[in-house]
Ligand binder design. Structure first.
Ligand code: ADP
Length: 781
């Protein structure tokens, strides 16, 4: 085409005929002035505008445009224009295309005196961005002559400046020289401005990053950090809007959580799927993506166009949030005009995306940690509540309520087995099951349903559709119930402790899933409820056993009492008649008969004692007399006085230590002491140095009494047996009924104390018992 380096034509400024030297001086002065203007601003957009102004002032043409080279897409983009509406400079010019593109790529002056006769480079090649050829565009704009000079520093091309004439224009060396010189000044000014912007940018960036880092460290609320990031992204990229969407790998969707600059907030919560729209492209490729025409870009799917149109999306740049190669989200900046995004913007946005990725990563960790903490809190709370009740139905109510609330209002039910291997019944529920549906649930066989499966496996079992799951057996009745409730995705966690108790069950609509944390939660709940249920049942059992025993004892006491009572009357008659016979008919009776009668009397007496003892024993449970303070010393003294006969006869050494006052029914204390001291005297054997010692030691709320003798002793094998009714040892011939110690034990136990013996055969015996010092109310305090 040979339009560059055209020989200079005749040179003249017709209106002001001046000498060459004057002209040069003027030019120099004008250039100096222009240079001064250009170096006075460090703000790039203002500078580019000033370049356009100065070019027109200095040279004079109808129009001027200043282009900046965008290294990102290697296109020249008009940043300032004079004498033409901005839409004329709309489309990015490729390197090598037209005057600007050729000037930039060749770093040469390009001049066409008339584009009709000397066409511009790539004049008739397709220009997709414009949808027309350059020739068509130029014709439409209607200029004829054009002069383009490069804006270039020593190493790099920064852009180009073009002057346009509406008529054909002859080559003017002076104009070329002036514009070239201006372009050199302009290039330096641009570099300075960029440098300044870079420094300012870096400073701001550093400040912002430290802010974000501080934010990350101080607040674990990722929403705040993400919001800050998009605000800053919008500011840095000079965009109209910015969005951010963390990506959920499980659900395969990035959800917009924050936006700035939008007219409405309908974008919040919008899910971006991989492959859809520019965000989806980024999710898929993990690469940044830039478009200057979002709605029509053929590289993108247009699923989100309706939303984008609402907001007037035009320019759009999206970058991935990456952490160790994993995609964590997407960050966008969006313009409502074709104002382009530069490499610098992309670099900043990428840095911000890194920060956002860290924030999201942190928040995930935080969520995990706080989930864990929450779970522990819930479990601790549940445990605390559960130990406070031993009532089975209350336990179940608490658990279903807690599970329902903790698991986001899931439908929850508890199925319990009647007995090991018995039918399963829905006994408690929340959500759907709090209503009459619970009662309509048909009992299931132990191997039926998800519950049966979970019990068989001893592990949680879940299905997304129980009616389609071949692992699960269901009877028609259960099927009907499940169809009715609609919860066909079922998770059952077995309740197993010592015994198989049943299962804790969650229900969701057909096809739904259960997250890992839900299974974990429910398992923890299940183990709690199994423990609590078992406790409640054990408690129930022991309560029942106790009541049972009490009933039986009372019955027995009544029986013993009435029998003893009824035996007494005939016995009195036998005793009376035997006495009469002996007294009145003594002389008529043969010796032998008299002896027999004597035996009858002795046995009747023995029997009377037995009946008295049994009556005493049966009365202990029914003791109605009030307890009072009782002097133990007085009681022992009375007992010893009663035993004065044998003590004197056998010269028994009796030592009574210091004895305190205790709290009880005096006659009962007398019975205890009478029996124990009496036995000590009775079972001394044939020693001539018998001794009995009664003492007491303080045991806090109780007194521990001991009665020691140096008699025949008791084989340890019988230490328990001797406290049972009618249990006597046969080693000595001493009278007795075998009821005494049984009475003693019952009285001591009824008072709240206990009794035991320390002894060995032939070594004497020491009986110990404890007895409260004061009333039961004091005992507790
Ligand atoms: P008993 O009417 O036979 O004395 P108890 O119930 O008082 O009935 O005592 C049960 C048995 O315990 C006695 O028959 C005796 O064999 C044994 N026993 C009780 N106290 C003593 C003791 N101090 N030394 C040795 N054996 C004793």
């Amino acid at each position: 085409m040979g339009i560059d380096g055209k020989p200079a034509g005749p040179f003249a400024i017709e209106d002001h005929p001046l000498g060459a030297a004057d002209r040069q001086a003027m030019e120099l002065a004008a250039l100096q002035e222009a240079a001064q203007v250009l170096t006075s601003t460090l703000h790039l957009p203002a500078l580019l505008e000033a370049i356009a102004d100065q070019a027109l002032t200095l040279i004079g043409a109808q129009r001027c445009a200043v282009f900046e080279l965008d290294p990102l897409d290697e296109h020249l983009k008009a940043r300032a224009a004079r004498g033409m509406p901005p839409s004329h400079a709309l489309w990015p010019i490729r390197l090598g295309q037209g005057a600007a593109g050729s000037a930039a790529v060749r770093r040469q002056v390009i001049f066409s005196p008339d584009v009709e006769s000397q066409p511009l480079p790539m004049y008739d090649e397709p220009w997709p961005e414009a949808g027309a050829t350059l020739r068509e565009v130029v014709r439409q704009k209607g200029y004829r002559a054009i002069l383009g000079v490069p804006l270039a520093s020593r190493e790099t091309v920064l852009g180009a400046v073009c002057l346009y004439w509406d008529q054909p224009h002859t080559y003017d060396e002076r104009e070329v020289r002036l514009l070239t010189s201006l372009a050199q000044y302009a290039a330096i000014a641009i570099e300075n401005a960029r440098l300044y912007a870079d420094i300012a940018e870096q400073r701001r960036e550093a400040q912002f990053l430290s802010e974000i880092t501080r934010g990350l460290a101080s607040s674990l609320d990722p929403a705040l950090v993400l919001r800050k990031i998009i605000e800053y992204a919008k500011e840095c990229c000079g965009s109209d809007m910015a969005f951010i969407a963390p990506y959920d790998r499980a659900q395969q969707v990035a959800t917009i959580v924050a936006s700035v600059g939008t007219r409405t907030d309908v974008y919040i919560g919008v899910g971006i799927r991989p492959g859809k729209g520019i965000g989806g492209k980024v999710l898929e490729t993990k690469q940044p993506c830039i478009t200057s025409d979002y709605l029509n870009d053929p590289r993108l799917s247009h699923d989100y166009n309706p939303l984008a149109e609402q907001e007037g999306f035009v320019g759009n740049m999206a970058v991935p949030l990456l952490r160790e190669g994993e995609i964590l989200g997407v960050l966008w900046v969006v313009n409502r005009s074709p104002r382009p995004f530069t490499a610098g913007h992309q670099a900043v946005l990428t840095k911000l995306a890194d920060q956002a990725a860290i924030a999201i990563d942190h928040s995930r960790f935080y969520r995990k940690a706080s989930d864990q903490a929450e779970r522990m809190r819930v479990v601790a709370e549940l445990g605390r509540v559960l130990v406070s009740t031993l009532d089975e139905s209350r336990v179940m109510e608490i658990v279903v309520t807690q599970a329902h609330e903790t698991l986001g209002m899931l439908d929850i039910g508890i199925w319990l087995q009647d007995a090991e291997g018995g039918l399963l019944r829905l006994v408690a529920g929340r959500g759907q099951f709090s209503g009459p549906l619970t009662h309509r649930a048909a009992p299931m066989d132990p191997d039926e349903g998800v519950v049966g499966r979970a019990l068989a496996e001893g592990l949680p079992v879940w299905t997304s559709d129980v009616l389609q799951d071949s692992r699960i057996r269901l009877q028609p009745e259960s099927r009907r119930w499940i169809e009715e409730i609609g919860g066909r995705a079922i998770l059952a966690v077995p309740l197993i402790r010592e015994h198989v108790l049943g299962a804790l069950v969650a229900y969701r609509p057909n096809g739904a899933r259960f997250a890992d944390h839900e299974v974990e939660y429910l398992s923890v709940f299940a183990s709690q409820v199994a423990g609590a249920l078992e406790n409640a049942r054990l408690y129930d059992e022991s309560q029942r056993a106790r009541a049972d025993l009490q009933g039986k004892n009372a019955e027995l006491d009544t029986f013993v009492y009435s029998v003893s009572h009824d035996l007494k009357a005939p016995l009195v008659t036998i005793q009376g008649m035997a006495g009469l016979l002996l007294e009145e008919y003594r002389s008529q009776l043969p010796e032998e008969a008299a002896r027999y009668l004597g035996r009858i009397q002795a046995n009747a007496q023995q029997m009377e004692q037995l009946i008295l003892d049994l009556l005493a024993l049966s009365r202990i449970g029914r003791e109605a007399r009030a307890a009072t303070a009782v002097s133990l010393a007085d009681v022992v003294d009375d007992v010893v006085a009663d035993l004065a006969g044998p003590i004197r006869e056998r010269a028994i050494q009796l030592v009574r230590g210091e004895l305190p006052t205790i709290w009880g029914v005096r006659t009962q204390v007398e019975q205890v002491m009478g029996n124990l001291v009496g036995n000590a005297v009775k079972y001394l054997g044939d020693t001539s140095q018998g001794g009995v010692e009664v003492g007491a030691v303080d045991r806090g709320a109780f007194v521990e009494c001991s009665i020691r003798d140096n008699g025949i002793g008791i084989d340890p094998a019988y230490h328990e047996r001797i406290f049972e009714v009618f249990q006597r040892l046969k080693d000595v011939e001493v009278e007795g009924t075998g009821v005494g110690l049984a009475i003693v034990k019952r009285i001591v136990q009824a008072s709240g104390g206990r009794i035991w013996v320390e002894s060995a055969k032939g070594q004497g015996a020491t009986f110990h018992f404890t007895w409260p010092k004061g009333p039961a109310s004091e005992l507790q305090s």
